[in-house]
Write a protein that binds this ligand. Sequence first.
Ligand SMILES: CCCCCC(=O)SCCNC(=O)CCNC(=O)[C@H](O)C(C)(C)COP(=O)(O)OP(=O)(O)OC[C@H]1O[C@@H](n2cnc3c(N)ncnc32)[C@H](O)[C@@H]1OP(=O)(O)O
Length: 439
Amino acid sequence: MKRAAMRLWTLNKGLLTGGRGLAQESQYKICEPLHIRQVRDKLREIVGVSAIWRDHVKAMEERKLLHSFLAKSQKALPPRKMSDSYIEVLLPLGTDHELRDKYVTVQNTVRFGRILEDLDSLGVLVCYMHNHNHSIKMSPLSIVTVLVDKIDMCKHSLSPEQDIKFTGHVSWVGKTSMEVKMKMFQLHNDDKYWPVLDATFVMVARDSENKGPAFVNPLIPENKEEEELFTQGELNKSRRIAFSTSSLLKVAPSSEERNIIHELFLNTLDPKTISFQSRILPPKAVWMEDTKLKSLDICHPQERNIFNRIFGGFLMRKAYELAWATACSFGGSRPYVVTVDDIMFQKPVEVGSMLFLSSQVCFTQDNYIQVRVHSEVASLDSREHMTTNVFHFTFMSEKEVPLIFPKTYGESMLYLDGQRHFKSMSAPVALKKDYPVEP
Ligand SMILES: CCCCCC(=O)SCCNC(=O)CCNC(=O)[C@H](O)C(C)(C)COP(=O)(O)OP(=O)(O)OC[C@H]1O[C@@H](n2cnc3c(N)ncnc32)[C@H](O)[C@@H]1OP(=O)(O)O
């Protein structure tokens, strides 16, 4: 890192930690910011992963021995502070040319899919820091990503030539789940790190073999700001439950939503024929079914996480890139992502599976494009498909985009679900943050 940047790193610590100075207080802190490459190395060290794929069964056998270190109750575990899990990670795009090549897009911006991978690994490492047990080298916990609650971008394009920094810490815990808050900053022309992204993930602790639940250390907020974060974590949990209870897969749309769908339907009836059957597309509109894109990936061992399942970050990158292509071919200009929300990891993806991704535009408004990606897997020897994730991305296009019209009842539900996700977005506010958009 350039000397000036290193100095600013220190100077900006107050800004980065919201003035809490978490890094300085940490008992278990990683003293220096980690290099991005060290994050996965550290995870391998903590979990004891096999370096060679053919040894993966042996490595899992060894993890079985860690079962006896799992706590019988949460009370048996010592409480932790937010500062205990606080880490900083540097992505030195300014100086590391090899790394830059991995992150750069053809428009000379940063590949957001790569950032999603980094956030996933960082979130898991943060949770291991929270549950760190001094008396054993390897952790008996298997920590997996269950939910990407929200990722808000504060800036629409990042420079691939300036250093990026991530910070993260646990902000709330349940019995076996933990909420992790992460932030991303980029070095600006004025030699300061500016905020570019806020993310909230939920991780779950499982036993050493990732077969059953495992307790996590309690979390004690230490000051007013931390109490607020913790209370927000509680509220987030209630919000997630409420959102999932009112899912259109479970209950009918509200009367207001039903009116929206009926209005859309009426707008597509041909006025020349008095019939419900003849549908025509209004001007500047596209049928939802015409926005679909699909992809297939074979999940090779290279993408395995430490538990020999496929990395959540890899799945997010693949889904994001397909969503971006969908938004791009629909909107006719290069879109940029403003929000990612509610990515639920329902089922693990086994190494060797075939990963089918289907993406479509499900809602639009002004310059915004809401894209949904459905992911399902099939093992190589069975034809049965199983849903593993649904991803929601909000993109913004440089120009106004066409309206989207559902044809079937199923598509109408996708439209309303897309609209609900769009309405829950805080990005229109975030993008108007009071600092320059271009460095
Ligand atoms: C580098 C190392 C790995 C990197 C990370 C990865 O790549 S992981 C790879 C990607 N992720 C995965 O493969 C995970 C796939 N999903 C799963 O295996 C499973 O869905 C799961 C084990 C996470 C959860 O299973 P269940 O829902 O049956 O478990 P259970 O009901 O006991 O819930 C466990 C805890 O999770 C919480 N939980 C469950 N669903 C939730 C949701 N949508 N939002 C928030 N929290 C949720 C519960 O409240 C509970 O917390 P409390 O007990 O606190 O109340």
